[in-house]
Design a binder for this molecule. Structure first.
Ligand SMILES: [Zn+2]
Length: 299
């Protein structure tokens, strides 16, 4: 899964670290990230911006420390417009060759590697969205300031404390003997099979979300709800909670056509391999397939 980057680790302890040589800058606009051209996921080095600022007499922009992966520290920043132009056009330097940079969508980033960089960019995106959408106090309208000790924004006037927003959602593998309930979303870029999924509402447990979402999307009842694993999914500001459960009673599907374009029982032998290796959804499908296979081999 996206977070499985051992022996590396994404160290997310908050601190007021300052950027230095080797630090990487995460710059977003709309749903895109600035990345070096090519197949990999290389972000703008701090020293490149620093050298450019020195040369042009420009002021370094503000930078917020995000996290570290190994020795590399990551910072969120709004890069100056002229610097972006220089980066993308490869201009300005007489002797050195400067790699070109491009804006690519967060969805396209999923196909780049190495995986720890994809996890880093998804996590940076989650933090970026939170900072972007929490500039002012929702209670009194004052500009929020960053706490020196915590990943928290606080209001200097009324004392309101704003913590990172993480939306819990469930992923559900509903099994029915040799088959598992698979779906495809209606009207989304992601066209492959998915499992039932949905956000936890205020006032319910994750297990209640499981039963409610399965009923809403497919009209079937479930039993024996069991927790599997969780996954941070920064692309959508989620914490995903994976559950398996079993069909309880009638297997007739009444699909919610607003949400889904396909909902069907799929035999474990028809579940394709996971070539991406990022999502909890895919891992759960493979887990079901492989545990069924093993069961048959043992019989
Ligand atoms: Zn306030």
């Amino acid at each position: 899964m996206i977070q499985d980057i051992e022996p590396k680790r994404l160290a997310n302890e908050y601190s007021g670290k300052t950027p230095g040589k080797g630090s990487r800058l995460m710059a977003f606009q709309e749903n895109q990230i600035l990345v070096k051209k090519g197949e990999t996921a290389d972000f703008v080095p701090y020293e490149m911006l620093q050298a450019w600022c020195t040369r042009c007499g420009a002021k370094l922009p503000d930078m917020v420390y995000l996290f570290s992966v190994g020795e590399t520290k990551y910072f969120l920043t709004d890069l100056p417009e002229k610097f972006l132009l220089w980066l993308t056009e490869n201009a300005f330097l007489e002797s050195e060759s400067v790699p070109g940079y491009e804006w690519i969508s967060m969805f396209e980033m999923r196909s780049r590697r190495p995986k720890e960089q994809i996890f880093a960019v998804a996590t940076a995106w989650h933090l970026y969205v939170w900072y972007r959408d929490n500039r002012f106090c929702g209670r009194c309208g004052q500009t929020l300031v960053h706490s020196e000790k915590l990943r928290m924004l606080k209001c200097p006037d009324c004392g309101n404390m704003v913590f990172p927003k993480i939306a819990p959602a469930v992923i559900v593998g509903v099994t029915n003997g040799e088959r598992i309930l698979m779906t495809k979303y209606a009207g989304r870029a992601y066209k492959r099979y998915a499992l039932i999924a949905g956000f936890t509402e205020i006032g319910e447990t994750a297990e209640q979300t499981v039963a409610r979402e399965v009923m809403e999307e497919t009209g079937v009842r479930v039993k024996n709800i069991r927790y599997y694993k969780s996954q941070p999914w920064g692309f959508d500001s989620n914490l995903l909670l994976g559950y398996f459960c079993e069909l309880d009673g009638d297997d007739t599907i009444h699909m919610d056509t607003e949400e889904l374009s396909v909902a069907e029982w799929v035999d474990y032998r028809d579940i394709p391999d996971d070539t991406e290796g990022l999502s909890l959804t895919r891992e759960m499908m493979i887990y079901f397939r492989d545990s069924r296979r093993k069961l048959h081999e043992e019989m």
